[in-house]
Design a protein around this ligand. Structure first.
Ligand code: FES
Ligand SMILES: [Fe+2]
Length: 351
């Protein structure tokens, strides 16, 4: 069983979700309150009043000039979580402070550090620059998933399921039929899984968005940085086309499919997904098509994984799965997650 790794950075939200109003999301079983101050900073503090635990995100709690006022008895806090006023007395108890969370906003994502704040190193956050780059257009969403995060990791590391679960969208026979290569970069903490299909059917997801007809060359190169960030570098091109030696690749269409896999609780997950493309940048129809199609695909996974969660949650500990070649990426990811969990303080998962 893989517990939720602590002392880790997790995506808590898209930047666009957090404005100058109270916003709450539970990350790794910790309810966190966010808002954007008038100077534009995103703040993250515990969403529980230190007095009687009333959630500060709940009405009638409210934001007044960058201070949050508890809707129960009026304890008031600044963006750093420090209590600035209590009712009925001028002395503010020394311990009256909402726990602040280390926070970094980059690549259109809001990252928070869960665990010991002294271990929060912003430089270790994996990057996804295409989500916020001029050469790309991105569509994105987040689906709530009532399944443990490790089931989503398994799902994303083994794309052979596209053929069966996502037929008619992104699945074609060649995905399941083509072997993968798996490489683990222990130093960088990255699992790479590649599947290069050199003569494959073009699924509707790519046919309609790129306009390519007939057979295609389709490359899937996965880069997973446990626990949270998953990137699928997808290359779609006419059969026979390969990138130039200098790395330029003018005949190909590139789609960066990014997932942030953020545990909400031990048995539920925030399934953030984004699709960034380097073509048809201003074409709203393509954007709408990719957004709707990818959401459908994500929901197909959500349905399957919620079934699986119910199965896993009720079976005895130690059930033996059978793994084959397609599972090497998922198994490598599990090993890395277990190692992270063993090295660091970890909340054990209960089933
Ligand atoms: S619970 Fe917040 S002021 Fe009492
Ligand atoms: Fe899927």
């Amino acid at each position: 069983m893989i517990g939720i790794p602590r002392d880790q950075w997790y995506v808590a939200a898209y930047s666009s979700e957090i404005g100058q109003e109270l916003f709450s999301r539970t990350i790794c079983s910790e309810p966190i309150l966010f808002w954007r101050t008038r100077s534009g900073q995103v703040t993250a503090v515990s969403d529980r009043c230190v007095h009687r635990r009333f959630p500060l995100s709940q009405s009638p709690s409210r934001l007044v000039d960058d201070q949050v006022v508890c809707g129960y008895h009026g304890f008031t806090y600044g963006p750093d979580g420090k209590c600035t006023a209590v009712p009925g007395q001028t002395r503010i108890p020394r311990t009256a402070r909402l726990q602040p969370y280390p926070l970094v906003e980059q690549d259109s994502l809001v990252w928070v550090f869960i665990g010991d704040p002294a271990k929060a190193d912003a430089a270790s956050i994996p990057r996804a620059p295409y989500l916020d780059s001029p050469g790309y257009t991105t569509v994105a969403g987040m689906e709530p998933l009532k399944a443990r995060f490790s089931l989503l990791v398994d799902n994303l590391l083994d794309l052979s399921h596209e053929t069966y679960l996502h037929g008619g969208y992104i699945g074609t026979p060649e995905v399941a039929a083509t072997p993968i290569t798996t490489e683990v970069d222990e130093d960088a903490g990255v699992v790479h899984v590649s599947r290069h299909m050199d003569d494959a059917e073009c699924p509707p997801f790519y046919a309609k968005s790129t306009g390519l007809q007939g057979r295609i060359s389709r490359w899937q190169d996965i880069e997973y940085t446990p626990p949270c960030l998953y990137k699928l570098h997808s290359r779609i091109a006419p059969v026979g086309s390969v990138p130039n030696p200098d790395g330029s690749d003018p005949d190909a269409f590139h789609v960066e499919v990014v997932y942030a896999i953020t545990p909400e609780t031990e048995h539920s997950t925030h399934d953030f997904w984004a699709v960034a493309r380097d073509f048809a940048l201003d074409d709203q129809e393509v954007s709408d098509f990719l957004a709707e199609n990818n959401r459908t695909v994500v929901l197909q996974d959500v349905t399957a994984l919620e079934i699986l969660e119910r199965v896993v949650a009720t079976e005895p500990e130690g059930y033996q799965e059978l793994s084959i070649n397609i599972d090497t990426g998922g198994l490598a990811a599990r090993r890395m997650l277990k190692r992270i969990g063993a090295q660091q303080q970890s909340v054990p998962a209960r089933s």
